[in-house]
Design a protein around this ligand. Sequence first.
Ligand code: FES
Length: 124
Amino acid sequence: MAIEHFMCPRNIGNMVNADGEGTFGDPECGDSLTVFIKAENNIIKEISYLVFGCPGSVATSSMTSVLAKGKTLEEAQKITEEDVIEALGGLPEHKRHCSLLGVQALRKAIDDYNIKSKNININK
Ligand code: FES
């Protein structure tokens, strides 16, 4: 499953006018990921990402996007690295840390969305 998501990543790409955006980089290996989301009625309607990293980071970013799409912001915030690894059917021990990128960048994108949507409500 992990190889399939690396060869054919889901939801990959840039997003213009995203409601929330989050970037996370792993200082150990230098790989990084930016996640973009659009939400409606508290549900993640669209998600995409740009990833500059190893095959493990591509596969885990892809699976993170699949797991997050259609979830509420609160549910998506709770997705863990273990959830991603399990959904991929496992990862070799030395590649497990790659799943951190997707999960952390997604959480940052949701935080960014929450900050932006609060600012919009204050300015109304
Ligand atoms: Fe850096 Fe995989 S080796 S995220």
